[in-house]
Design a protein around this ligand. Structure first.
Ligand SMILES: Nc1ncnc2c1ncn2[C@@H]1O[C@H](COP(=O)(O)OP(=O)(O)OP(=O)(O)O)[C@@H](O)[C@H]1O
Length: 259
């Protein structure tokens, strides 16, 4: 049986609880993400995609319900333990890259290891290995603002992977890239997933990007509306199913708005 990497039990998230205008962003979500799955979260703007990603990965915590990462219930951990869990298991990649312009590319990539007091030689070896895989080994002494968007995204990916995470967490990771760069990044993620068994959890708006996943969670109004498994489907047929769900949902939204 596959190992459960992330599990959510009856998770709800209410922003501004106790304020005049509380907002329920997630409503009673239960799900499991097994080791080696590549899960995409899709849904309309404001549906709760980023909130779900954040709550599943310790960036935020549920108002109600429980989240487990590798069997640990996140709410019960101290902030030190959360930091340790993130370092050992999770690699984060965001749309806006979150690179530090005052540091060189090499220093940016080394940040997670420097924070964990890994020795210099080990840091250098890991940087050489990951940057050559991502074809950015010539950029190490540059600063992020001297690099292109595609290069910056690869630097952010290198930083996320430098601690050999078991789970990659990505929120619109290709949102700022052109389609050639997006597909290069997705091919890289796919390889990590199929060849190294890295679990991937990703938010995207793009059905073509989502068609690289093995499971799609379509969320609407803070609830999981559809779950689709790729299983034996060809990527093309899986893509069409994802497109169908998105367009059916867009159509019913339009009909509701027009009434
Ligand atoms: N810190 C916050 N305080 C109050 N409400 C919030 C907060 N963060 C998000 N929300 C609200 O929660 C809902 C879900 O937000 P979320 O960012 O998860 O949506 P999303 O599906 O990722 O949207 P998008 O595709 O537009 O990025 C939205 O209505 C948003 O306005």
């Amino acid at each position: 049986m596959s190992k459960e990497m992330i599990k959510a039990e009856h998770v709800s998230k209410i922003y501004g609880l106790g304020s005049k205008h509380p907002y329920q962003a997630l409503n009673d979500i239960t799900l499991t993400i097994n080791e080696g799955e590549f899960v995409c979260i899709m849904g309309p703007s404001g549906a709760g995609k980023s909130t779900l990603l954040n709550v599943l990965t310790t960036i935020d915590f549920p108002t109600k319900g429980k989240v487990f990462i590798d069997g640990e219930e996140t709410r019960t951990l101290s902030s030190h333990q959360v930091g340790q869990l993130c370092y050992e298991l999770l690699g984060f990649i965001f749309q806006n890259f979150n690179l530090l312009d005052a540091l060189t590319v090499k220093e940016n990539i080394a940040v997670p290891l420097s924070l964990a007091s890994v020795n210099r030689q080990e840091i250098d070896e890991r940087i050489i290995s990951i940057t050559s895989k991502l074809n950015i080994e010539k950029l190490l002494e540059k600063y992020p603002y001297e690099c292109s968007g595609g290069q910056r995204q690869r630097i952010a990916i290198a930083r996320a992977l430098i601690n050999h995470p078991k789970i990659i967490v990505a929120d619109e990771p290709t949102g700022n890239l052109d389609s050639a760069n997006s597909h290069e990044v997705l091919d890289f993620f796919s390889k990590l997933n199929t060849e190294e068994g890295v679990t991937i959890l990703m938010v995207t708006h793009d059905p073509l990007i989502a068609s690289y996943s093995s499971k799609l969670l379509y969320i609407k109004d803070g609830m999981i509306e559809h779950t689709i498994h790729k299983e034996a489907l060809e990527q093309r047929d899986y893509f069409y199913r994802i497109v169908d769900i998105n367009s059916n949902e867009a159509q019913s939204y339009f009909m509701k708005e027009m009434q």
